[in-house]
Design a protein around this ligand. Sequence first.
Ligand SMILES: Cc1ncc(C[n+]2csc(CCOP(=O)(O)OP(=O)(O)O)c2C)c(N)n1
Length: 584
Amino acid sequence: MKLSGARIFLECLKREGVDVVFGLPGGAVLPIYDALYDFAGLKHILVRQEAAAGHAAEGYSRTTGKVGVALVTSGPAATNLVTALQDAYMDSIPIVAFTGQVPTHLIGNDAFQEADNVGITRPCTKHNFLVKDGSELGTIVKEAFHIASTGRPGPVHVDLPKDVLVKEWEFHYPERVHLRSYNPTYEGHPGQIKKAAKAMLRAKRPVLYVGGGVISSDAYRELLKLAELTQIPVTTTLMGLGAFPSEHPLSLDMLGMHGTYYANMAVYNSDCLIAVGARFDDRVTGKVEFFAPNAEIIHVDIDPSSISKNIQVHIPIVGDARRVLAKLIEAIKEEVRDDVPSIVREARKQWHAQIAEWKARFPLRYDWDDEVIKPQYVMQEISNLTRGEALIVTGVGQHQMWAAQYYRFKYPRHWCTSGGLGTMGYGLPTALGVQAAHPDMLVVNIDGDGSFVMNSQELATCFESRLPVKTVIINNGYHGMVRQWQEIIYKERYCSIDLSASPDFVKLAEAYGCVGIRATKPSEVVPALEKAFVTPGPVVVDMMVDREEDVFPMVPAGGANKDMILDRPGKAVKERAAKSQTGF
Ligand SMILES: Cc1ncc(C[n+]2csc(CCOP(=O)(O)OP(=O)(O)O)c2C)c(N)n1
């Protein structure tokens, strides 16, 4: 059967099970939009800027486990998309992004809206393709979805020249693809698994350090089983939040730069660290010499290139987290036979007591104020009111860290945040992608006043496409996280952080057809959130919070986690932080 390239493209998406595409049209992809005009079974959501199409695809993907899809035109549209591609690359989120390209005979001619899309996106994608022959289109699309979703997931880019879309080609969509040089390892090595099981049972002060890979591989059930079986406490990275329930007695909450005291101290003092689907990111490790310095390190990861990349690992296990953890559970049971509970409980007693003491001495805390809204309080109330059932998205900055610290996570795939790239402007477009995938669920975008305005135009998409995202702006009138660094590390030499000239966010919401609500006092927080959550349609809550609240604990970049700053520091601590960072 012969079809136009554009039609073939749509047929491929349908066969791949795609139900929604986030995109924005333009000259090079008009053949696709023309074919879409009367193509049934595929929903297109029109975003207002192309980065938003990529972020929306990320949100869709992270909360469903399926591949998210973005479609944009050539040149500036493709370059706009780059931030989202790099974001997905850093956080291992499977999306496939399609860009238009000038006709093949014009490539390299500086044709109108030409950009070297494949060259530009190569370093920020897992793989990319330029389709030169339409008869290969079906196979390429199949390969793109396969590569994005297998092994360590990530973004794949496909560049579609206009003539390939216009001409007719024989349609062929393969059932499966085989890529000779691409064979991810899923099953961990049995010998290594056995070694790991022995090390875990031998350990007196073990810690499970869990990242986004546990969520990508749907390994949370196995993780819970393993933790309970071995009574090993669990700390998660920013990307791993939700992989283990916050309320579980074995939970240490998040570790790293803004992690809890008890998580960082447990890791520092551990004698066996089991890293699962995590990559020893610098925001997690701090100064590497002081990260779990006395621990035997086990690292379970699907990506062999992440093993011993940042930290020397003693027992590497390359494989899919879910399968490896299942085998690890079997191996542990095998080691101790029927005595598991009594043996491990006894061995862990002292360790658990030590952790309980750290938790009691230095819990997450903040000073209450009757007059001024504390941002941490807003997070606690969002957590209480949603009972951990909502889908939560954030911007980047202090509000992101407070959300990570104070929201009580119950489930995986309920949390989207820009971890690796730290992309301001991620919140609203990602949230609309999440809402498109879950039309009946409560989606809350916890944003900063700086982050929000980087993509606030997407309120138009929310309004038009009936995506009732509830945005809560933690409005401190500053680039708060930058202000915090300037305060603590740069001797209060504040520069270019004031956002008090921001628009009136209530009026801005209304201008887009959305509902705007403002809260200025602590007593208004709960009523404002309650109203937002029951109001149909998209809502923006302008939460006027304490302008100068800081996020603690804090480890100044490059410092050791064990030396975390727990409270607003005095002069001596600031001077030490300044010296280590700036050299003077
Ligand atoms: C695109 C982008 N530009 C700049 C930064 C650097 N940066 C990190 S946090 C931050 C301030 C964020 O301000 P806001 O969104 O208001 O959040 P707050 O820290 O006040 O909660 C900036 C500028 C970034 N992460 N991303």
